[in-house]
Design a protein around this ligand. Structure first.
Ligand code: F6R
Length: 240
């Protein structure tokens, strides 16, 4: 694994955007795997700026997102579809029909998840996957557990994740308790992975990522098995 340590969130965002931009430049019809949450917001701002300056063209790009809350429609302002539209898609020239998120309102979640993995495969696989990391080491919504699930699936969220995400909701009670998420195999199919970690709240999870152990109680540690992972983290998250 390759580590890039930076001094600020601004620098983290610029570095991540550079890596994504290089993939889009080299392969204009690439498949971007995207994440929501606080970590990639600055990256999406940088990509928008590059697009506005005429440096990037997203017109042939396809995107797939990691996860979506169960029960929220795309126009709910807490849904990840809404987040992506607001933070990236509405500001660049990616055709909306090329942007894919799991449908949190699917009547048959199992069929929805199966079709999602199939669609990723049919699109040629993910060229670069952006990940954040949970305080508990989760990636996407693959939560710490005795066993992790390979394909895209429906999952319950842990109390820690509900607590962490409650900052976006009026109260913790309103945070959905279930999500649809890419599984470890869906994520590992990506040719390149970048993981963004900033702030002291991620230090413990990153410490475990930096040692030699692989354990399902910190799902991010499985990334040690992937051949092309870059961790971009600030000094607090790196433990300095
Ligand atoms: C979001 C996702 C989550 C977040 C993680 C970190 O699509 O899959 O795994 O990346 O919870 O969230 P933030 O960036 O808000 O600290």
């Amino acid at each position: 694994m390759n580590y890039i340590t930076v001094n600020s969130y601004k620098e983290l965002s610029a570095k991540a955007a550079q890596l994504i931009a290089s993939v889009v430049t080299l392969k204009p019809d690439c498949v971007l795997g995207l994440a929501t949450g606080s970590s990639p917001v600055g990256t999406y701002d940088c990509l928008t700026e590059m697009y506005e300056k005429g440096m990037l063209d997203f017109s042939k790009v396809t995107s797939v997102n990691l996860d979506e809350y169960v029960g929220l429609s795309g126009d709910n302002d807490q849904s990840y579809r809404y987040f992506m539209n607001e933070n990236l898609f509405n500001h660049i020239d990616i055709p909306m029909e090329n942007t894919h998120l799991l449908n949190g309102e699917a009547k048959d979640p199992e069929a929805e998840c199966k079709a999602y993995d199939e669609a990723i495969k049919n699109a040629g696989g993910i060229d670069i996957q952006v990940l954040g990391i949970g305080r508990n080491g989760h990636i996407a919504f693959n939560e710490p557990d005795e066993a992790l699930i390979a394909p895209t699936h429906k999952t319950g969220l842990t109390a820690d994740t509900i607590d962490a995400n409650s900052r976006f909701f009026e109260s913790a009670d309103l945070v959905p308790k279930y999500a649809l998420t890419m599984g470890m195999a869906s994520i590992f199919g990506a040719r390149k992975i970048i993981l963004l970690a900033n702030g002291a709240s991620k230090a413990q999870a990153v410490k475990e990522l930096r040692n030699d152990e692989i354990k399902t109680s910190n799902p991010s540690t499985l990334l040690k098995l992937h051949p092309d992972v870059t961790i971009i983290c600030d000094k607090e998250a790196f433990g300095e």
